[in-house]
Design a protein around this ligand. Structure first.
Ligand code: SAM
Ligand code: SF4
Length: 482
């Protein structure tokens, strides 16, 4: 089977991001990245570490001497997809490339180290998310001993602050900057605290330096990343820098740089943070604010630390302080013990908030989590599926209705590149994170373009371009009805 074609079998949501940019080197590494934006950002760090040690990078797995899968353990099907890919690469190694080294990085490495190494003997390398600096040594070890090499040590300090990531999969316009790692929240369903360890924040100055470098290189948008990004907290010369302060400082780097962040926890979404959105024209009017569920009892069982009412009050505050702010969310259907009535509370919360977008999942039990230890995963699969379907149908209708209201408005769009459907068209995002497609004319990636919205689906806006603008110029003037 063709190693790349096989990827097309994988569906969109959990599909991997490909791979590093090409770079010369004695031995070539191919990296495939699964899961969240943090993993994409981590793969850029891995690419930087390996390049500094003389490795080359390739987008073609057939050419690779080393294949690395940077993995996700958040749901069972994410893991199954990686296992399927491992089977393919192992067959390739057996039949065509006996010298190939196969490595598992990231969350699955942390969770399944023994299984991958001892029981199944699937891989040559198992490296957890805090051990990437050790990769060159581990590769060397696997090479010389012919044995599997492993480092899954979690750290309380590692932030990779001094490593300049190799930007790959990049459009040269938007970039991720990782600002904190790990998570201390212990939501009952979630494996992240076990696979990524304790929360730790990266030094302020190293973040500002990286963002400033990106601006110099021509980037127009940074998304600062963390599993729980708004609990960022770094003590500098005896003073604490919190997330709102950091965001403010990043926004001062350039008036033409858009600033976003992901993912925030509702408990840390303070008024101070909302006021930074309001005051700074280049901090985007958009927050991804995962609610997970619409029923307070379920939220308590999930250990989310807020009630339905507190979440709704937060939404109300956000919309009062930052008029026009766009919100998106994550939802889990079929959590342990979820009754039909509790499920209907999720539907009614969606109706009430009217998010612009949602990521919607069926609950998947993860070994070792609080929920796996304390509750029964007792909602039958068929019921989970049906409830998820109801949630998806409702949210798709709401997204479409929200988007229809955009028709006639003018948005400033940052051009990211050609649209997927046609090279004659460009795509880019509004301040509120909505994807817009419009005719190319003479616009280029990195341009800010005023676009009048003429049509939409539930996921995309379509429009006609009115001309170039600057971010500073367009601040406070949109979205206008013309
Ligand atoms: N830190 C973010 C937060 O607290 O909202 C979320 C990070 S998590 C990587 C992304 C999303 O995956 C979560 O918001 C949740 O909706 C979903 N998720 C996590 N564990 C899950 C599980 N066991 N089953 C289904 N969905 C899950
Ligand atoms: Fe997982 Fe909760 Fe941490 Fe998000 S906040 S990464 S859902 S434990």
């Amino acid at each position: 089977m063709n190693l790349i074609q096989d990827l097309e079998i994988l569906d969109d949501l959990d599909a991997p991001r490909l791979t590093a940019e090409e770079a010369e080197g004695a031995r070539k590494v191919y990296i495939e990245t699964y899961g969240c934006q943090m993993n994409v950002s981590d793969s850029e760090i891995v690419a930087a570490i390996l390049r500094a040690h003389g490795y080359g990078l390739t987008r073609d797995p057939e050419q690779a001497d080393v294949v690395l899968l940077n993995t996700c353990a958040i749901r069972e099907n994410a893991e199954q997809k990686v296992r399927h890919r491992l089977d393919i690469f192992r067959a390739h190694k057996r039949k065509q490339r006996p010298g190939l080294r196969i490595g598992v990085l990231g969350c699955m490495a942390e969770r399944l180290r023994h299984k991958l190494l001892e029981e199944e003997q699937l891989v040559d390398l198992v490296v957890g998310p805090d051990a990437y600096r050790d990769l060159p040594r581990l590769l060397e070890e696997a090479e010389t001993t012919g044995q599997a090499a492993v480092n899954v040590q979690l750290s309380r300090e590692e932030t990779y602050a001094d490593i300049a990531p190799v930007r790959y999969d990049s459009n040269g316009v938007t970039a991720y900057v990782s600002i904190m790692r790990g998570c201390d929240n212990m939501c009952a369903f979630c494996v992240v605290p076990f696979t990524r360890g304790r929360e730790r924040s990266r030094p302020v100055q190293s973040i500002l330096d990286e963002c400033a470098r990106l601006v110099e290189e021509g980037y127009r948008e940074v998304t600062v990343l963390g599993q729980n990004v708004n609990s960022y907290r770094y003590t500098e010369n005896g003073t604490v820098v919190t997330f709102p302060e950091l965001l403010y400082r990043v926004s001062l780097i350039s008036p033409e740089l858009r600033v976003r962040y992901s993912t925030s926890h509702p408990k840390d979404c303070s008024d101070e943070l909302l006021h930074v959105h309001r005051e700074r024209h280049n901090v985007c009017n958009y927050i991804h604010l995962p609610v997970q569920h619409g029923n307070t009892d379920v939220l308590r069982r999930m250990r989310r630390t807020y009630t339905r009412e507190q979440y709704l009050a937060l939404v109300e505050r956000a919309r009062r302080i930052v008029p026009g702010i766009s919100l998106s969310t994550d939802i889990i259907a079929g959590f342990c013990g979820e009754t039909e009535e509790e499920h209907r509370d999720t539907l009614s919360l969606l109706e009430e908030v009217r998010f612009d977008h949602a990521y919607m999942f069926m609950y998947s039990e993860r070994p070792g989590t609080y929920a796996a230890r304390k509750y029964r995963d007792d909602v039958p699969l068929e019921v989970k599926k049906r409830r998820l379907q109801e949630i998806i149908e409702l949210q798709t209708r709401i997204s479409l209705e929200n988007n229809r209201k955009e028709i006639g408005r003018v948005h400033t769009v940052l051009v990211e590149g050609p649209s997927k459907r046609s090279p004659e068209q460009l795509c880019g995002r509004t301040d509120t994170n909505k994807m817009v497609v419009f005719d190319r004319q003479d616009f280029r990636p990195g341009d800010y373009v005023r676009v009048r919205i003429t049509d939409c689906t539930s996921a995309t806006l379509f429009g006609e371009p009115l001309g170039r603008t600057t971010l500073a110029e367009s601040a406070h003037t949109e979205p206008a009805l013309v």
